[in-house]
Design a protein. Structure first.
Length: 338
């Protein structure tokens, strides 16, 4: 009588799988290539200038001839493609690749990623990375530096103007004391530190009368200008129409323009405008007011012989207000790129 050996079916199945699946796979084996996708890595940019950059990455194509490109754009639609200078890659191993790009906008944010394709693989991507071109500083004639950012179709400075000179080097006067009565002057051209205190200039910039703002010598750096009332409207309309006001009232864009510190609760600066409550200098009492709770910026557009348009924000409202005020007032200036 034969002895019957019983084997647990679970153990038998495991043994069978080990026997049938055991196979030495090499990097040159086509099955290995089919089951192992290209290994891609998007690296940081190098050789960055105001308009050019080098995109970098690594790829392991496991010996297959592989086309390597980079995609980039100001949105994740990736409307631009450039081929890596080392493409096609045929090496079995990690290879460094790069591509030079040009024609970039100095104040935009770009999205980019590496891409690989060959006869077996299509549309394989590395992780997305961000290239922030907004780090290029702007310098005025006093050698103050400013950051700038693109908002919609415009490029705005992210700080209030600080200069004591016109762009041609001519001095912009001030008063002594800072609260001197100028109501009797017909076209006063002055600048003041916020609250009359020079230590406030670094954070809040300076105040200027409208007559400085519209002087042909240009108070802004070369290539920049004081925005018209219409250019302010382009900015605020863009923010309203693109959801920066949040739910409810679409015109509640103040918090998206206000810096996240030194301002009112809940400000998020999602637009990058980075407004701070610098206050203003009024021409009637020749006093400084509302530092810490209010800010106002001139436009270059007059509303009458005596008044001109401006924009303002305060910590009691989420709106950005448009109105007109006496040209002898001292308000902040934000420059926009030509």
């Amino acid at each position: 009588m034969k002895k019957v050996i019983w084997i647990n079916p679970i153990i038998f199945t495991a043994i069978l799988l080990l026997v049938t699946c055991k196979k030495e796979i090499t990097s040159g084996d086509i099955e290995y290539k089919v089951t192992h996708y290209p290994v891609l890595k998007t690296l940081e940019v190098t050789n960055l200038t105001d308009t050019t950059a080098t995109l970098n990455g690594t790829v392991n194509a496991f010996g297959l001839s592989t086309t390597v490109t980079f995609e980039y754009d100001t949105t994740t639609s990736y409307g631009n493609t450039v081929t890596a200078s080392q493409s096609p890659i045929t090496v079995d191993g990690i290879t460094s690749v790069s591509a030079d790009i040009s024609g970039l906008d100095s104040y935009s944010i770009y999205h980019f990623r590496i891409k690989a394709e060959n006869s077996l693989w299509t549309n394989f991507y590395g992780a997305e990375k961000i290239l922030n071109m907004s780090l290029s500083p702007v310098t005025d004639v006093d050698l103050n530096t400013y950051h700038a950012i693109r908002i919609g179709s415009q490029v705005w400075m992210q700080e209030n103007l600080k200069t004591t000179k016109y762009s041609n080097g001519d001095l912009i006067g001030t008063t002594t004391p800072a609260t001197l009565n100028i109501s009797g002057e017909s076209t006063p051209k002055y600048q003041w530190a916020s609250d009359g205190n020079e230590s406030n200039v670094a954070a809040y910039g300076r105040f200027y009368t409208f007559y400085v703002v519209t002087d042909i010598r240009n108070v802004c750096p070369t290539g920049w200008h004081v925005p018209t009332d219409g250019e302010w409207t382009i900015l605020t309309d863009y923010l309203i129409n693109n959801g920066y006001g949040g739910p409810g009232r679409r015109d509640y864009i103040g918090k998206s323009m206000a810096d996240t510190s030194g301002w009112y609760q809940g400000s998020n600066n999602s637009s990058g405008f980075t407004a701070l409550p610098s206050g203003y200098r009024e021409s009637y009492g020749n006093t400084f007011s509302a530092i810490g709770s209010y800010c106002g910026w001139w436009s270059s557009t007059e509303s009458s012989t005596a008044d001109a348009y401006y924009r303002s924000m305060n910590n009691r409202s989420r709106d950005v207000f448009s109105y007109h005020v006496n040209k002898k007032h001292g308000y902040s200036v934000r420059c926009v790129r030509d």
